[in-house]
Design a protein around this ligand. Structure first.
Ligand SMILES: C[S@@+](CC[C@H](N)C(=O)[O-])C[C@H]1O[C@@H](n2cnc3c(N)ncnc32)[C@H](O)[C@@H]1O
Length: 354
């Protein structure tokens, strides 16, 4: 009986974790709809949210999307796209289509998520030509493989897998022609915190032992031990979503330590304040970063600063506390409060330094 209860609890928890992909995509769609950045594809994955999102949320997503995109683009340019990207816990991310439009597709772009998320994504792709056409256009060679749970074209694959089950993950990636010898960029946006420290460390170790040349962009919470972090934990717990990996998110230093202890050779960080401050001033002050409606509402003022101050981003070449973070988990009830987040860029030599 005890075993059955435990496995039921785990199912409920995993379901709550899967629900977070809608949260992220809805916030992104909202921010796109009011002009923070352009993404002509997100509308095919999630409906426009009925309720307004607080300006700090949209601006936080803007900084996250820009921060991750800049790192990712630098990697693609450095490797001249002769590389592969593995997006871990990709949810309904639209990055493949953006890279295709920018003529920046890697040799292959892989996405991994739970089967139910992958199935939903594939359903959208199959039923919406603006999503399927770019995949067909980038495909060459034998016929594209697509079923309810997986998609494999020559440049894009969606893999149903649990990131805690590494041998199955590796087997599925290999079936889709993952090439361990290619420079590899692994991306995790607000994903590792949903796994225990043991599971995330095993995933990171697997990556270093599988890819001789790799980088990792990790965007997630930092400073979770403070009051705001506690509020966030409680809010998610009320949705049955336990942040089981939260112990690693106490600081940028704890984030770095996890990577370094898992075989990664360098790990650096920048906080979201820093990332935000490096965004083009024209965008931040007058351009898409601050839509007119939100400028009029005074959104460019103080609340953002503490918000970003709780987000972190690690990257090679610098090491700062309070680093810029990417994927943010907000609870609507506390949207105006500072949020603990971190973005890390981790390097496994001899990855090309960014
Ligand atoms: C907060 S969402 C972020 C989605 C996407 N990275 C983004 O930023 O839009 C977290 C995603 O990680 C996925 N995820 C979490 N734990 C996972 C696991 N053990 N295996 C596969 N996917 C997982 C969830 O299903 C969800 O899609």
């Amino acid at each position: 009986m005890a075993m059955a209860a435990t496995s039921r609890d785990a199912d409920v928890f995993d379901e709550a974790v899967r629900g977070t992909c809608d949260d992220a995509s809805l916030c992104k769609r909202y921010a796109v709809s009011i002009g923070y950045w352009k993404d002509p594809y997100i509308e095919y994955f999630v409906r426009q949210p009925k309720e307004r999102k607080a300006p700090e949320i949209s601006r936080g997503y803007y900084a996250r999307v820009q921060g991750v995109s800049q790192l990712l683009t630098a990697f693609l340019k450095k490797t001249e796209c002769n590389c592969q990207i593995i997006n871990l816990g990709a949810g309904l991310d639209t990055l493949f289509w953006k890279l295709k439009d920018e003529n920046l597709l890697p040799k292959k772009y892989f996405e991994v998520d739970f089967p139910s998320i992958a199935t939903r994504k594939i359903h959208h792709i199959k039923s919406k030509p603006p999503l399927s056409k770019p995949i067909m256009e980038s495909h060459s060679g034998e016929s594209l493989l697509i079923d309810a749970h997986s998609l494999d074209s020559s440049r894009y694959a969606i893999i149903s897998a649990d990131l805690r089950e590494l041998s199955k993950l590796e087997e599925s990636l290999k079936k889709c022609n993952m090439d361990p010898q290619l420079p590899t960029l692994l991306v995790a946006e607000c994903v590792l915190i949903y796994m225990t420290a043991e599971h995330s460390s095993a995933l990171l170790r697997w990556a270093t032992s599988t890819f001789p040349t790799a980088m990792f962009i990790n965007y997630e919470q930092v400073n979770m031990a403070d009051r705001f972090g506690q509020i966030m934990i409680e809010n998610l717990q009320s949705r049955q979503c336990n942040l089981v990996g939260v112990e690693v998110c106490s600081s940028l230093e704890s984030q770095r330590a996890r990577f370094l202890a898992s075989g990664w050779q360098t790990a650096r960080s920048v906080d979201m304040m820093d990332v935000y401050s490096r965004l083009p001033p024209a965008d931040v002050k007058r351009g898409p970063g601050v839509p007119r409606r939100e400028r009029a509402a005074g959104a460019a003022d103080a609340p953002l600063l503490p918000l970003l101050g709780h987000q972190g981003h690690l990257r090679p070449g610098s090491c700062r506390h309070r680093a810029v973070a990417r994927p943010l988990r907000w609870s609507s009830g506390h949207a105006c409060r500072p949020l603990p987040r971190g973005l890390c860029l981790i390097q496994h030599q001899p990855a090309p330094p960014l």
